[in-house]
Design a protein around this ligand. Structure first.
Ligand code: ZN
Length: 171
């Protein structure tokens, strides 16, 4: 039986790594990747991958490859997601189960737990709840999305989590 996603581990790891960037958004995952000798490259992907994939981790040469045709917010989220794999899932990224980040979320039901954890890592890295809490009453969703360099969907999800679990805004 597959294990359950470890949300706590993924969010703590993101908080620990992000700390080097201070407490003022936006938080740049590319800078952290490069400090860890993971190069981020922006590439024109071949058809049909161009339409299907946002990016992936290339273990062979330790690079995060990003589809250069996606939006800047999507690029940043994808880099943060793959950085999460680099930090949490060294075995997984070498395995056959490894999945790239897809441009659409059609595979939700079959996502390996590692994919859910990498999304959790990315959300916590980019939009820490304790910092979101400081700004949420003075800026609307659109302004928060710009401030944190993520999509409005990501902000909505984080605000919803903060409403349901205010005690999570501690790290
Ligand atoms: Zn992934």
């Amino acid at each position: 039986m597959a294990r359950k996603p470890n949300f706590k581990k993924a969010s703590s790891a993101a908080a620990a790594i992000r700390r080097a960037l201070g407490s003022k958004p936006p938080f740049d995952p590319e800078r952290i990747a490069e400090e860890r000798d993971i190069q981020v490259v922006y590439a024109k992907l071949k058809e049909p991958y161009n339409e299907k994939i946002s990016g992936f981790y290339r273990k062979a040469d330790n690079k995060i490859v990003i589809n250069k045709d996606i939006s800047p917010n999507r690029m940043i989220f994808t880099i943060a997601h793959e950085l999460g794999h680099a930090v949490l899932h060294q075995e997984y990224i070498k395995s056959k189960n490894y999945q790239p980040v897809f441009r659409s979320n059609v595979h939700v039901d079959e996502k390996p737990v590692e994919e859910i954890e990498a999304d959790t890592f990315a959300a916590n890295f980019l939009v820490p709840l304790n910092i979101l809490k400081k700004y949420k009453d003075v800026a609307d969703v659109g302004e928060l999305a710009t401030m944190f360099a993520v999509s409005e969907d990501v902000i909505e999800n984080r605000l919803d989590l903060l409403r349901r679990h205010p005690n999570l805004a501690t790290q």
